[in-house]
Design a protein around this ligand. Sequence first.
Ligand code: NAP
Length: 289
Amino acid sequence: MNVVVIGANGQLGMDVADEFARNGDEVRRLTHAEIDISSGDSVHRVLAASRPALIVNTAAMHHVEQCEQNPLQAYAVNALGARNLAIAARQLGAALIHVSTDYVFDGAKRQPYLKGDPALPLNVYGNTKLAGKAFIQTCTEKHYILRTSALYGRNPCRAKGGRNFVELMLTLAKERDKLRVVNDECVSPTSTAELARQMVVLSRTGAFGLYHATAEGSCTWYEFARKIFELMKVKVSLKIATANEFPAKVSRPKYSVLENNKLKTLGANSFRSWEDGLRSYLVSAHHLN
Ligand SMILES: NC(=O)c1ccc[n+]([C@@H]2O[C@H](COP(=O)([O-])OP(=O)(O)OC[C@H]3O[C@@H](n4cnc5c(N)ncnc54)[C@H](OP(=O)(O)O)[C@@H]3O)[C@@H](O)[C@H]2O)c1
């Protein structure tokens, strides 16, 4: 299959391109320098030349504070960009895989969100991602939209300046004797390698629609940090903090755990527990044995 990956030098995009290539697909990797998804002309010109059977969009403006400061730009990339890709996909007869976020929910449910639960984003980022989903759903039938959460992977996250949470914790543990990590925000940390594998599995089904796609189970950031140090046998004094101690300029959900209910109904859920995903990451990134 001819696959185009957009955002191909991003944290997720690199793993996605590698995973499709590993599975025998012909992969064209497109970076921001080659395609600007917020421009309909750019999208049409570049994709028409590639004639893909599948377009995978991992590109987004997802730095939450920057989205809040530049809502028009965030809307242009996350909402209109998704629309541009959906229109191009329809015109070319291609399927579209698009990545969305747990931040479309406000966190009030305090139980894993099902894909049909009403979304109520707390910030510009979440709102623009929600609008992107709506555009795709109305512009092309052949779409898979995957909502995911708290990504970490071997490649640097470009929007967040490189280091993922795992690497940040390991670095801080070397620099400080004591660490304080919030214990009142609950997520499902998801490895980009596992999400990439899930995309390949889903792309073979033809079962289009909206999916929740995260590692199984959930934890607080404190519990995630504790597991990282336990697996890596790092000795550091780790203390519980509350989110209030680190006042944020932008509201975020305190609970954004997603339930992969539609993947499970389809018999296509390839995610393992967040602990197993973390162990595999540490094996590959830090030679954990
Ligand atoms: N990271 C997380 O924790 C997380 C959680 C939930 C969902 N997500 C979603 O997962 C996806 C991938 O995130 P990631 O962690 O891989 O981010 P990333 O490393 O920042 O990669 C995003 C990529 O998008 C590109 N890009 C930005 N604006 C673009 C535009 N207008 N046209 C074309 N390309 C553009 C960036 O290129 P430049 O850097 O050159 O601009 C970069 O290559 C995003 O859709 C994000 O919303 C992420």
